[in-house]
Design a protein around this ligand. Structure first.
Ligand code: SF4
Ligand code: SF4
Length: 318
């Protein structure tokens, strides 16, 4: 697969990256061997860009997949941490768990808006310091928010932007409401023009747009300023399909199997604590008349962020 320049980072990445969240315990929950095997298949097929996070707990899959190989993918990780100490811990954990002296890309995970970014000043400072020390090559943010993405272009210290975008604007936020794909595309364009490396997430809106497979990919592929898009793979055939798209050999009428992943909340187990509602970045969980949590599947992006919050493991992804 051809590689593209990731802004001014000096990194070269394939136009499709492997979102490792999918194989982990909040989604398919594959064994380390199974997940590593899928990951290695992706690497053998030429994918050289991996997305992970402290929160995903997926470092062991990557380490296992790389064991005994010559693959040297670009690895992007991130932390939800706010303080300097949180971020320092996250970077060290990644270096040890991935057996790497330097992590290619490290991000503030899921920056929501200006106050959120400001409250994470300590973590941001730690990223700058890690970059200066050479233990992280490039730093930036991941975000679902137009406001945060729009700040990328003017933020000198920022090397990369990892925004959410898809052709239906699913999950794009702005202020305390919803944002549009046009607004996010504009922020991406400005960031790229300012030399930031941009790679996209949620191209399929967390599975909700999988039925529009080719349209969803083409929309992001055509956007100005995008170097790569992260796609979560759990099976070989999903990797094969994306290669067909990239090689131009896909059947133009291709429609994937729509046995979609879904988040469900077991009403028998839920205790109505509300922790998942607070955690969901997309406001996709509500309290029903029985005082139990329920998922609105029209809004849910199947990101899996809610699942680890549940003290009774009532949240399951099928
Ligand atoms: S309900 Fe859970 S899986 Fe769905 S968008 Fe919210 S956090 Fe993500
Ligand atoms: S976190 Fe678990 S127990 Fe609490 S409301 Fe959500 S599903 Fe129910």
């Amino acid at each position: 697969m051809e590689k593209k320049r990731l802004g001014n980072t000096g990194l070269q990445v394939t136009p499709v990256g492997f979102g490792v969240l999918t194989v982990g315990k909040t989604q398919l929950n594959l064994s380390i061997d199974e997940g590593a095997e899928v990951l290695r298949y992706g690497l053998e097929c030429g994918i050289n860009f991996l997305d992970t996070a402290e929160y995903y707990e997926t470092y062991p899959y990557i380490r296992k997949a790389l064991q005994g190989t010559n693959f040297e993918p670009v690895i992007a990780s991130k932390s939800l941490g706010h303080s300097y100490a949180d971020m320092k811990h996250a970077i060290e954990e990644a270096r040890i768990a991935l057996n790497r002296d330097m992590i290619d890309i490290f991000l503030l995970h899921e920056v929501r808006n200006d106050p959120d970014w400001v409250s994470r000043a300590g973590a941001w400072e730690c990223l700058q310091e890690a970059k200066a020390k050479g233990i992280v090559k490039a730093v930036g943010i991941s975000t679902h928010h137009v406001d945060a993405a729009a700040r990328a272009a003017e933020t000198k210290e920022m090397d990369v932007l990892f925004p959410l975008i898809n052709f239906r604007s699913l999950g794009i936020r702005k202020g305390s409401g919803v944002g549009t794909k046009e607004e996010m595309a504009e922020a991406i364009k400005s960031a790229a023009a300012a030399g930031k490396g941009v790679f996209a997430m949620k191209v399929f809106g967390g599975g909700n747009l999988t039925g529009h497979y080719l349209e969803a990919i083409q929309y992001v592929r055509d956007l100005e300023g995008i170097s790569s898009m992260m796609i979560g793979f759990g099976y070989h055939h999903e990797i094969d399909r994306i290669l067909d798209v990239m090689n131009g050999t896909i059947d133009p009428n291709y429609v994937p199997d729509l046995s979609e992943k879904r988040i469900q909340i077991d009403q028998g187990d839920c205790e109505g604590c509300g922790a998942c509602i607070e955690r969901c970045p997309n406001h996709a969980i509500f309290m029903n008349k029985n005082g139990l949590a329920e998922v609105d599947h029209q809004i849910c992006l199947t990101c899996g962020y809610c699942a680890p919050m549940c003290p009774v493991r009532a949240i399951i992804m099928y």
